[in-house]
Design a protein. Structure first.
Length: 550
């Protein structure tokens, strides 16, 4: 992310000017319980960007305090996605699990200083003690138990003497606070679930609200940047840091999360879509996951530019998906090689073509980047064109092929329609006509792409579109099933024909199908005997711009 002087930049600069910190240390702390999505990309760009802007460092930390949902699969995927996005944490890679012993010692310190106690009120009953923000809560009957008793019980909790959920360690703060997070929150709970990193060594685990500030303090983080939903947690964050005596204390600053139209950002909902088979895995190109966007062919530079453009504010908003697509096009326009492919084929037969002569035409690989050079494409008597490029009775604003009309063939002269061959239903199946070389002085208003029938390679194309039919999925009320708004045409699969060069496309590379859009050779299914392409994004004026829309 650029050093645009948003409010977080200004606050960090003020902290340095006031001598509050000597250097800037930020962190990106994902929980390894799912794959990263573009909402995380905004946080990644901000965390690494602010560290770079002030000559500091950014840590990558796995916030792995909930072993029931975490695994090394997610850890490895998170690292892979961040590196693909263009960031590196160097030697500063950490696991919260490696701090468990130090966290336990901090909890013991809080008990010894009268700031924490072991509570045996069942969790389902605690809501009656906690109360509501407008009225004071009730104190736990165990709140004032002797310190030595809490110390003994906490040690026995660690030793595994008590069943799950039978007791917990609570902070002793303020049961009358209007902020419910300060009404004696849980710091530790009993949970007999093996941890992917520590195995069965622990049967008690710290809560996020206790662990996270300690992790920042242990690592010397100066600025803990997080989304707005953690703003109400900040008093507890500060209480933990102060009560455990860390100086200088890290500072938590909140910003608005990214909300994108026509998709979901909830890891819970994304997981449901994967598990229930609504999509084909975490890397499904319809998902906003970074691995899905990578498979779809989105360049990481485009995502970084997008995150820079939307900025950093304190106000929640809904960002148009079209803005992200704009930056994808902007990057790919300069980078993507041009190729010709036909997805809804209609045959053209050139009656005056001498098929005894093998002909090739030379076209640029990328008109926007002459350094990419040219390529030669075979040209023949029979060609495939897009069915949508022909009309029997064209409207006034249709300038493509029609009876008696000529068009330019990309890099290959001109073709004039003379007659049409139809099937029994009257549908055109062949367009017959005459060819003229590029030197002919024909006045035409349209250029068509094409593929030589004799040399075409079969391609499978997945036309991806918005996953949901409504822009603001987050506005769906809880009593309504968000799955009801899934777009049944978010994936349309078609078979077409491509020029021979498409067979040599490296998996993962994005090319432009001329006049149709950008398409990525699928990283999983593309192989020498199967040419599978995912639509990355349409061209703005593509005839396929709305294909697949629900």
């Amino acid at each position: 992310m650029s050093t645009t002087r948003h409010f977080i930049y200004e606050e960090i600069a003020a902290d340095l000017a006031a001598g509050r910190y000597r250097a800037v240390v930020t962190r990106f702390p994902p929980e390894p319980n799912g794959y990263l999505h573009i909402g995380h990309a905004k946080a990644i760009c901000l965390d690494f960007g602010m560290a770079a802007a002030f000559g500091g460092r950014c840590h990558l930390r796995m916030d792995d305090t909930n072993p029931a949902k975490e695994s090394m699969e997610y850890v490895e995927a998170i690292q892979r996605d961040i590196r693909w996005l263009g960031f590196d944490w160097g030697e500063h890679f950490y696991y919260a699990a490696d701090y468990f012993e130090r966290m336990y010692e901090c909890a013991v310190h809080l008990i010894r200083t009268g700031r924490a106690y072991v509570c045996q009120v069942p969790q389902e009953e605690w809501k009656h003690y906690r109360g509501v923000p407008t009225e004071p809560g009730r104190e736990s009957p165990y709140r004032n138990r002797p310190i030595e008793e809490s110390l003994d019980l906490f040690a026995r909790m660690r030793a595994g003497e008590f069943p799950d959920g039978s007791m917990c360690l609570r902070a002793k703060i303020d049961m009358a606070s209007p902020n419910l997070h300060l009404r004696d929150p849980v710091l530790y709970r009993i949970l007999r679930v093996p941890h992917y990193r520590t195995g069965n060594r622990w049967v008690i685990y710290p809560t996020y609200d206790f662990a996270h500030p300690l992790e920042d303090a242990f690592e010397g983080v100066t600025h803990s940047l997080c989304t707005l939903e953690f703003e109400v947690h900040r008093p507890l964050y500060d209480w933990v840091i102060q009560s455990c005596g860390f100086q200088p204390p890290p500072r938590q600053i909140e910003f608005a999360r990214l909300n994108l139209t026509y998709t979901v950002m909830s890891k819970r909902r994304l997981g449901e879509l994967v598990r229930e088979g609504h999509v084909r895995g975490w890397d499904d190109p319809r998902l906003p996951t970074l691995c899905g966007m990578r498979r779809r062919g989105y360049p990481p530079e485009a995502i970084r530019k997008f995150c820079d453009e939307i900025g950093v504010t304190k106000y929640d908003s809904l960002t148009e998906y079209a803005l992200l697509e704009h930056y994808v096009r902007e990057v790919l326009n300069l980078r993507a090689p041009r190729r010709m492919a036909v997805l809804d084929p209609l045959k053209v037969v050139i009656k005056n073509f001498d098929d005894s002569v093998v002909r090739e035409v030379e076209v640029p690989n990328n008109p926007e980047n002459p350094a990419e050079g040219t390529r030669r494409i075979p040209f023949g008597r029979e060609l495939w064109i897009e069915r949508d490029d022909y009309r029997d009775d064209p409207p006034p604003d249709f300038y493509r092929l029609a009876p008696g009309r000529a068009v330019r063939l990309r890099g290959a002269g001109f073709f004039t329609c003379r007659n049409v061959v139809r099937d029994s239903s009257g549908r055109p199946i062949e367009i017959h006509g005459d060819w003229a070389p590029a030197s002919a002085r024909l006045k035409v208003r349209s250029t068509l792409h094409w593929v030589s029938v004799a040399h075409a390679v079969p391609i499978e194309v997945r036309l991806y579109d918005h996953l949901f039919t409504i822009p603001d999925v987050s506005a769906i009320p809880d009593d309504d099933d968000y799955r009801r708004y899934l777009n049944p045409r978010s994936l349309v699969e078609v078979r077409g024909w491509g020029e021979p060069a498409l067979a040599a496309t490296p998996p993962g590379q994005t090319v432009q199908f001329e006049r149709l859009g950008y398409f990525c050779a699928d990283s999983e299914d593309f192989r020498p005997d199967r040419y599978v392409f995912n639509r990355t994004v349409t061209l703005k004026d593509s005839p396929l711009a709305t294909a697949g829309r629900g």
